[in-house]
Ligand binder design. Structure first.
Ligand SMILES: [Cu+2]
Length: 211
């Protein structure tokens, strides 16, 4: 009986003792950590210890710090021609620009191999539907391109694959690029998607103005 009665008392006593030790250790660790974070020298007189020289890590940069341009490719309701909307737009120079091109056109216009390559973007890559980052696509699945044939950005090319299906979900192409030279530059679609839209400003050709 006495053992049974005493056991809880001993347990309580040892629990309190353990807790006190834990509290002391916690305070000591916290004090030491605070010393590191605030660069307070700990027992070394002056100067900072090697561990104290780094500032706390900056928070991760937001995913979308870039200037964004949203373009849509769809059939013009009046004449049915495929059309970039908008076709004329401006970006700031020397700034990371992110393009988001949403293509609803499910008809392919196969291109020569060079126009199936991504060229001139950051990393010479683009991302498809937010999931797949590629340097090129199959030339046979290209519906349109976003291409500069002349001027400061000559050679810049992004192939736009066909949309998934008729009336279905679009294909979304994202890429990032820097445009460091100011001026107004004509872009073209180099996929043979129609002589009318390809030669008519506001459809498959337009201007990028770098301010
Ligand atoms: Cu086109």
């Amino acid at each position: 009986m006495t053992n049974v009665r005493n056991r809880p008392a001993r347990s309580n006593a040892s629990w309190i003792a353990s807790s006190l030790v834990l509290v002391v250790i916690t305070v000591a660790v916290a004090w030491f950590a605070f010393g590191i974070v605030t660069s307070t020298p700990i027992g070394t007189g002056s100067g900072t210890s090697p561990g104290a020289s780094t500032s706390p890590a900056a928070p991760a940069a937001p995913v979308h710090q870039a200037y964004q341009i949203y373009l849509t490719i769809n059939a013009n309701p009046a004449n049915g021609w495929p059309q970039y909307t908008p076709a004329n737009f401006s970006v700031p120079s020397g700034t990371l620009v992110e393009f988001v091109i949403t293509n609803y056109d499910n008809g392919s216009s196969p291109v020569a191999a060079q126009y199936a390559q991504v060229n001139g973007t950051v990393g010479n890559t683009m991302t498809l539907n937010g999931t797949q980052t590629v340097h090129s696509v199959n030339p046979n699945v290209v519906a349109h391109t976003f291409t500069f044939m002349s001027g400061a950005y000559a050679g810049f090319n992004v192939p736009i694959p066909v949309a998934a299906g008729a009336g279905g979900s679009p294909t979304v192409v994202t890429f990032q690029a820097y445009f460091n030279q100011t001026g107004t530059f004509t872009w073209n679609c180099m996929a043979p998607c129609g002589s009318g839209p390809m030669s008519t400003p506001g459809f498959m050709t337009g201007t990028l103005t770098v301010l």
